[in-house]
Design a protein around this ligand. Structure first.
Ligand code: LMR
Length: 328
């Protein structure tokens, strides 16, 4: 071996050694369907910030908001294929995988977000985090958005006002049954399509939180919003089991810690946005708030509550009883 080839070999060995010592950071793509200025958007960005600070060079979080990477019809499949490492779909979007999580869609089950929180943090709520294990998914925690309201092109005071009208719903049979119970027509559509469907009057209304109605500008194309607080829209943060369990222990525990802190941060934003976004919607003058009297609200409760019985077999009576108990 000449000096020249020896030197070249030495240089190559050194270069290879160095490149394997400086391993590329683990990429963690976090995809979601809402805007940045929402509880989920803010939580994801906060998580990225904490991971950048604490795991610099080891993990790189890339956040993709507003269905930029995957829409809500595709994100769970993409996760199972390993194309995305973290998502936080609404609890209504897991029907294909588990019956239990459908409990969150039962109309008029929870009195308020405090009750939702008590149920999620209780024994039953925590056990449900593991309900997707057989599909290779790990439930990392819940995140709040808020209670849902119903917007429409006509004022909805009683269920009779919704008769025959088309309402966009998330992909949940419980939500379909809820609108069928008031003789309306549920239409399952992805979140990214809702504004256009409302604007073009292909549908008459939709149900969502104040945050989503505001950030998606639904209020600009829906002249009436009835404050029903009839259901909850929260999220389950999930990751791919193979990815998660394959992480070095210290990285996994740092990520979980950063995520838990980000959820606390996101929940605080959710509570603030709920009232701020409601105020902003009606300050715009583009939509009118319909407030129900107790008697009117009771009509919605009476009409929709039979849906509980319809799904009791699939969800489990004990689980429903535990959720009801969380109201106290
Ligand atoms: C919806 O589809 O209405 C929501 O689940 C969107 C979201 O992620 O908040």
């Amino acid at each position: 071996m000449t000096f020249r080839t020896r030197a070249l070999t030495a240089a190559l060995t050194l270069a290879l050694g160095i490149s394997s010592a400086i391993a590329a950071p683990i990429e963690l793509k976090f995809s979601h369907v809402v805007a940045d200025n929402t509880p989920k958007g803010q939580m994801a960005n906060h998580f990225k910030k904490l991971v950048d600070e604490r795991l610099k060079g080891q993990v790189e979080v890339k956040v993709y908001p507003s269905s930029q990477l995957f829409g809500d019809g595709k994100e769970l499949e993409a996760m199972l294929l390993g194309d995305v490492q973290m998502i936080a779909p609404s609890l209504s979007k897991f029907q294909k995988y588990t019956d239990q999580l459908q409990i969150f869609d039962l109309p008029f089950l929870f009195n308020d977000m405090a009750a939702v929180d008590r149920f999620q943090q209780g024994k039953e709520g925590q056990a449900m985090l593991g309900s997707l294990e057989k599909y290779g998914l790990v439930g990392l925690g819940y995140l709040h958005n808020g209670m849902k309201q119903i917007s429409a092109s006509n004022p909805l005071k009683t269920p009779a006002d919704a008769k025959g009208k088309k309402f966009r719903i998330q992909t949940s049979d419980v939500l379909a049954a809820q609108f069928e119970a008031i003789h309306a027509v549920p239409v399952k559509k992805p979140f990214a399509e809702v504004f256009t469907l409302l604007q073009t009057k292909a549908i008459d209304g939709q149900e969502n939180t104040w945050s989503n109605i505001y950030s998606q500008k639904f209020f600009e194309v829906q002249p009436y919003i009835t404050e029903t607080n009839h259901g909850v829209l929260d999220y389950l943060i999930v990751t791919n089991a193979e990815f998660w369990n394959g992480l070095p222990d210290n990285v996994r525990s740092e990520l979980k810690k950063a995520l838990d802190e980000s959820v606390t941060f996101g929940n605080k934003i959710a509570a603030e946005k709920d009232s701020e976004d409601k105020t902003a919607i009606f300050a715009s003058g583009k939509s009118q708030l319909i407030t129900l009297t107790d008697a009117e609200r009771n009509q919605w409760v009476e009409a929709m509550k039979p849906v509980w019985k319809q799904f009791e077999g699939a969800i489990g009576k004990e689980l429903i009883d535990a959720a009801v108990a969380a109201n106290q």
